[in-house]
Each structure stands twice: as C-alpha cells, then as structure tokens.
Design a protein around this ligand. Structure first.
Ligand code: SF4
Length: 348
C-alpha cells in the first residue's frame, strides 16, 4: 500500500487500478501513513493555519426531494424559515466583528429566493464588506444567474456533485434531477470565474469503490479550488433513514487522497465529520483539511437546518464558540487564520 501512497504524493495521481487497491486495501496502518503524508503536504502549503468561513444558512426551503436530505420538500416535519436580507446582513456584522472574512450563504433551492433577491443580497454584502469573500451554496441555477451573482460580488460557489455515476445519481435523487445538469452547472461556475467547490458524500447508499474512482477522476479533471468530503449521515425523516453512516476511516482516506492529489485545494473538515465523531474536526485537519466553517446563522434557526440527524451547530461548530475552536486547534498544534483565505496555486 505504501508504494501507492508514495506514488500519489510524488505524481499527484494514480491509475484507476492503483486507486482501487488503495481504496480497498487500506488498513489502519496505511490510513495512518496516508493521513500523515497528507498532513505534511497541507502544513507545507498552508503552515499550521486553518481558514475559517462563517456559514449562514439563509433558507431551509427547497423545491427538491433528494433522498438523503433532511430538509427535502417532502419532509413535513421541518419548520421552514427564510432569513430576511436584514437578518443576513446582521449575521455578517456579527461575523465580521468576530474576525470572519468569508461569508458562506447556504440554502436549499428555494423558489422564493429569486435571482433578483440573491443578487441584491450579494450586492449589499459586497457594499458593506468590500474586504470579505462571499461564497454561495444555493444549488443549481442558470448560467446567467451565476454570472449575475458573480458580477454582484460573489467570489466562490460550492456545489457538490455527490456522485459522478449517472445510475448512482438516480439512486440518490428522484426523477427530474439530473447528474448531467449538475456537472453542467459546475462547468458554468468554473467558466464564470468562481473559485468552485465540489465534492461527495462518503458511504452514501449504493456507493461502490468504482463510483469513488469515477469521482476521483472527475475531480482531477475539473480541478476545483475547493473539495468537500463528508460522510453520509442518515436523517430520520428521509427514505434513507435506515441506512448506516459513512465511516470515519473512508472519509479520512478520501480526504487525504485529495490533499495528496491537490496540495493547494481548500478542503474543509466538515460539520458532518464533526457530527460523526466528537473529534472528527480535528481528525479531518490531521488528515490534510485546512478549512472549518463555523455556523453564523441565528441560533433560533440552526436546529431547523437539519440535513442529517444530530447535526453539530453549537460549541466549536458555532461562530460564537470561536474560542473553543481556537483551543481545540491549539491542542493539535494549529491556529485560526483570520485572512480571507482565497485559493492560490502553489507549485512545490
Ligand atoms: S440536498 Fe440541497 S437540493 Fe437536495 S433537497 Fe436538500 S437542500 Fe434541496
């Protein structure tokens, strides 16, 4: 196994068959080695600094019915909300005072969040906080809409493809949603000029090693600036309620694979990882992640944005818990970077 880890670090890619061996034959010892190698690469490129992004969950309304998602349209148990522009600006104000210089506006594909409305909100944040990065994570939109948001001041866009394989995509999403469309959106985002993020759920129902290899090769081709890797976690009110979570080990393995393939990428240690296991955030960082996204949403709304069971939103997962986060990072030898943390290509 060590030979593939060394080769991946040196050549930043493997043949499909070699990826297959790494994904199927990685025991605890090999996982420790690849996590260490990925950590070294991350330390070399970013030092011991972890970028923070202030996450604002602007709406839990969604027109879609993804089988894995707790806020899917078909879940009648969700108390729906949509933040007003004033409330969003208020979150930014609080975040700015705490030191955040990136705001991530995340939400379902909410029909009431029209392109006009999003454009207006982005422009207002841009006016008030010219030194901050604005990241959007609002799902599939037209190319024109992406361009409008970009010109209004958005810099980055997160849109996980979830799975590259069309059949697997149709196992995770109802008819009417198309993996092809998702991939086209990613292409449009790249061409518009966004720092673009994509990624997958690890261990989603029906996922095979062959799917993961396709995902790795797709990400290699797309070359996104941000890569989001988190475990699948079931939500009680979805068709996938009875499926098991993705594993910590496989999530950490994939995280390290992407760090070795792509030393400059911005890779978060996700809330899903922190939900899966109490020290998940730290484990993600020690496997090569370099970003965390504490929650800046109003406290009364946080529990309503439940994509999966037991989602962490307090303590170090919250913006007001930044001291706890600082302490947790300090305990593993890292510090928060309060810079914007834009993507930069680094050669070595
Ligand atoms: S995953 Fe996104 S698009 Fe799908 S139902 Fe949930 S919020 Fe909507």
């Amino acid at each position: 196994m060590k030979q593939w880890i060394d080769k991946l670090r040196q050549e930043r890619t493997l043949r499909p068959e070699e990826f297959r061996q790494l994904l199927t034959g990685c025991d605890a010892d090999s996982l420790r080695i690849i996590n260490e190698q990925a950590r070294e690469v991350s330390l070399r490129h970013f030092g011991n600094r972890i970028y923070i992004r202030g996450l604002i969950e602007i709406s839990n309304c969604c027109r879609n019915n993804c089988y894995y998602c707790g806020i899917r349209k078909g879940n009648p148990h969700v108390a729906r909300y949509r933040l007003s522009p004033e409330s969003i600006l208020d979150c930014c104000k609080q975040g700015y005072a705490l030191g955040f210089r990136t705001f991530v506006l995340q939400g379902g594909e909410d029909p009431a969040l029209t392109d006009d409305r999003i454009e207006t909100i982005v422009a207002a944040i841009r006016r008030h906080y010219p030194d901050c990065a604005i990241t959007l994570s609002l799902g599939e939109k037209s190319r024109e809409a992406y361009e409008r948001f970009f010109h209004a001041g958005a810099n980055r866009y997160l849109l996980r493809h979830e799975t590259y394989d069309a059949t697997h995509y149709s196992q995770l999403h109802p008819a009417g949603m198309s993996g092809k469309q998702r991939l086209q959106c990613l292409q449009n985002l790249k061409e518009t000029g966004y720092q673009t993020g994509t990624g997958i759920m690890v261990g989603s129902p029906g996922q095979t090693v062959e799917h993961l290899i396709q995902d790795i090769l797709f990400i290699e081709k797309l070359r996104p600036e941000m890569i989001g890797i988190g475990p699948f976690l079931p939500h009680q009110d979805t068709p996938f309620a009875r499926y098991s979570s993705g594993t910590l080990e496989q999530t950490l393995l994939l995280l390290s694979i992407f760090r070795l393939m792509y030393p400059s990428a911005l890779i978060p240690s996700t809330t899903a990882l922190a939900t899966l296991t109490p020290d998940g955030r730290e484990r993600g960082i020690l496997a090569g992640a370099n970003v965390v996204m504490p929650n800046l949403s109003p406290q009364e709304e946080r529990k309503k944005y439940t994509l999966y069971n037991n989602k962490a939103s307090l303590g170090a997962e919250s913006a007001e818990g930044i001291r706890i986060l600082q302490q947790q990072l300090h305990n593993i030898g890292y510090e928060i970077s309060f810079s914007r943390g834009d993507f930069k290509t680094v050669d070595s």
